[in-house]
Design a protein around this ligand. Structure first.
Ligand SMILES: NC(=O)c1ccc[n+]([C@@H]2O[C@H](COP(=O)([O-])OP(=O)(O)OC[C@H]3O[C@@H](n4cnc5c(N)ncnc54)[C@H](O)[C@@H]3O)[C@@H](O)[C@H]2O)c1
Length: 333
């Protein structure tokens, strides 16, 4: 059927433009719901040569996801100029080590687009002796940036295979969070909203440490008991940073803890620690080329956690952090 000009304009106005920064497993998997929701989607990769090669190839075969990305996906070479244009949404899917870079880039480009952060982690400011969430860290650099976060249990490979996934989008302004949900939700990518941005960011980061702890259990029975104790500690830490208990019990907390403890690099490393290997030995012997996000976070927040939080309130986190930073055996009971 031939569409009238008015109809064409109406459709054009409905189409949203989304820029995804980060062509790793998560950024690339995120293109599927965005494209299925009829958005115009551009992906860019600022850092990794393998991902750049994957994304710029004709069939966009992704070497981590082991599948072709959607044919409608556009790839653009990364540049600061790319950020100067106004998009309906700019998504950050870099790992924690890329946050300093992108924060500087946002500042330089005077970003005007709303931003959504998928990255999980926390930053420690040694001078101020303070822990910052990623959104807080970026806001230190750019005061008036419109920033939301998306977290929850999501294995990138499963998302790219359109397996049902539920996540939460947080912003103090719930209308903004709802608008983002409208842009990205599909039948298989189910979204909820929250105002508890701090709780969501804290939980989604510390679950990487607790999934290591649960993985260290020597039986399912023990892991189950560690799971329960981990939830108690997650609630304590969430409240400490002024987040909500419901958040710790929601998708970004218990939900994400389940998926990370059931499978993934953190719980795999936890398994080796539970068998009596020190972190350095286990890393060298079994996981030399794999990033263990829980380890990176443990090292980042160790000075704060060990100094400022009563160790008896969070005994598991304390033991895990000490075992990593001093490279000592992990003894949980
Ligand atoms: N919110 C969610 O639903 C969700 C789900 C899964 C993973 N994640 C998070 O997404 C992030 C990325 O995970 P992934 O599985 O795609 O990892 P990955 O290793 O596949 O990709 C990492 C990305 O970060 C970039 N990067 C790494 N170091 C960098 C640096 N120094 N400077 C600039 N860029 C750098 C890489 O080039 C790549 O784009 C992690 O923080 C992970 O926890 C979020």
């Amino acid at each position: 059927m031939v569409k009238s000009n008015e109809e064409k304009i109406r459709i054009y106005q409905l189409v949203k433009e989304i820029l995804i920064i980060g062509g790793g497993a998560m950024g690339s998997a995120f293109t599927f719901p965005c494209i299925d929701n009829k958005n115009k989607v551009i992906i860019t990769e600022p850092y990794n040569k393998v991902f750049i090669k994957n994304l710029s190839s004709n069939n966009k075969y992704h070497s981590s996801l082991k599948k072709n990305l959607p044919s409608k996906l556009k790839y653009k070479k990364y540049s600061t100029n790319l950020l100067k244009k106004k998009y309906d949404l700019v998504v950050v899917a870099l790992s924690l080590s890329g946050i300093k870079f992108i924060s500087e880039e946002f500042k330089q480009s005077k970003i005007k687009s709303p931003v959504l952060i998928l990255t999980k982690g926390l930053k420690y400011d040694r001078k101020k002796e303070k822990i910052y969430t990623i959104s807080e860290d970026i806001k230190k650099n750019i005061k008036n940036i419109n920033i939301s976060v998306l977290k929850g249990p999501c294995l990138a490979k499963e998302l790219s295979n359109k397996k049902q996934t539920s996540v939460v989008v947080a912003n103090k302004n719930i209308k903004t969070a709802k608008n983002i949900c409208k842009m990205i939700s599909t039948k298989y990518y189910i979204t909820e909203t929250s105002k508890d941005i701090i709780g969501i960011e804290i939980c989604s980061a510390i679950k990487n440490i607790y999934s290591m702890i649960i993985g260290a259990g020597d039986s399912l029975n023990m892991s189950s008991s560690l799971f329960k104790k981990s939830i108690n500690e997650m609630i304590y830490i969430t409240k400490y940073f002024k987040g909500k208990i419901e958040t710790a019990l929601g998708l970004a907390g218990v939900g994400d803890l389940y998926v990370s403890a059931a499978g993934g690099r953190n719980s795999k490393m936890g398994g080796y620690l539970g068998q009596g290997y020190t972190f350095n030995n286990a890393k060298r012997k079994f996981m030399p080329n794999e990033t263990v996000e829980g380890e990176q976070l443990a090292r980042e927040i160790a000075p704060f956690i060990l100094k400022k939080i009563q160790q008896k309130k969070i005994p598991l986190m304390t033991k895990l952090i000490k075992s990593i930073i001093y490279n000592k055996k992990l003894i949980l009971n």
